[in-house]
Design a protein around this ligand. Structure first.
Ligand code: GLP
Length: 257
């Protein structure tokens, strides 16, 4: 494990490691899961009660560590980032199903919430989710990243001040996620997602990226400007954000400065 030091500009102020985004380079998912798990454990030890959770292949090694740990989750509330619109929760590609299979059925969380993508009134569902987030501010938020730089289902162009909302998925995201479906036609085209503001409100944010497919998005996020074109780039403004990145996802980064 290696901690990289990046200097970058936010509003014309030069920040260095420790002041803003911290980047932890790991060898692989196994080490990444361990590092993420240690960070999560520290957050819980400090009194964290609300966990923001993500789906996708990225957090699986962390979830495995959580399942095999001796942590007591009985006082912990989990709040997921997003869900497809229109998929039944028993559909094996729904994020409800994913969370159940990869984490919830093994851990004794006090409450677990995933947005309801089948709600008849989706606007109301978004409002309810924002109320939930107000009631339980997230202490520790886990994030993956899309190849286009999305976080949750906040696609490029999503306003930085967005709260929970419904969204049309971009072609890039549909293509990236089609590997889980029988055909591209089966991939839902809409989703409900926590907004970027909601993510930024979390006390600590840990974004994890593995694999070559994420390399360009990570270069843009870390080295590019803060821009709505790359949703994850906003994390450079978060007072406590950490990136866990493996060799392949970090392969396009400039050598550490
Ligand atoms: C989906 C999710 C994101 C996730 C991304 C990456 O689009 N909405 O929250 O970060 O996929 O998935 P993976 O970890 O499988 O690469």
């Amino acid at each position: 494990m290696k901690i990289l030091c990046y200097n970058f500009l936010v509003n014309e102020t030069l920040y260095t490691l420790g002041e803003r985004m911290k980047i932890i380079k790991v060898q692989d998912e196994h080490e990444g899961g361990q590092v993420a798990y240690e960070l999560l454990r520290e957050a819980l030890e400090k009194g964290g009660k609300a966990l923001g959770l993500a789906t996708g292949s990225t957090p699986i090694s962390l979830y495995e560590k959580m399942i095999n740990s001796d942590l007591d989750f009985s006082d912990i509330i989990t709040i997921n980032l997003d869900e497809y619109i229109g998929l039944d929760i028993n559909n094996d590609q729904s994020y409800h199903y994913f969370m159940e299979e990869h984490l919830f059925k093994y851990c004794n969380f006090k409450e677990s919430h995933v947005p309801d993508g089948r709600a008849e009134d989706l606007d109301q569902e978004c409002k309810n989710y924002d109320e939930l987030l107000e009631k339980h501010p997230i202490d520790f938020q886990i994030l993956g990243i899309g190849p286009n730089g999305h976080i949750g289902f906040n696609e490029p162009g999503t306003p930085f001040d967005s709260k929970t909302h419904t969204t049309e998925l971009t072609e890039s995201t549909i293509n990236a996620n089609k590997r889980f479906f029988n055909s591209v036609e089966e991939v839902p085209t809409r989703a409900i997602t926590m907004g970027i503001q909601s993510i930024m409100d979390a006390k600590e944010v840990v974004l994890i990226a593995y694999g070559e497919k994420k390399a360009q998005a990570m270069k843009n996020t870390i080295e590019g400007p803060i821009s709505e074109a790359i949703p994850a780039s906003i994390l450079k403004k978060h007072p406590n954000s950490i990136i866990i990145i493996d060799e392949a996802a970090g392969s396009l980064l400039e050598e550490e400065k």
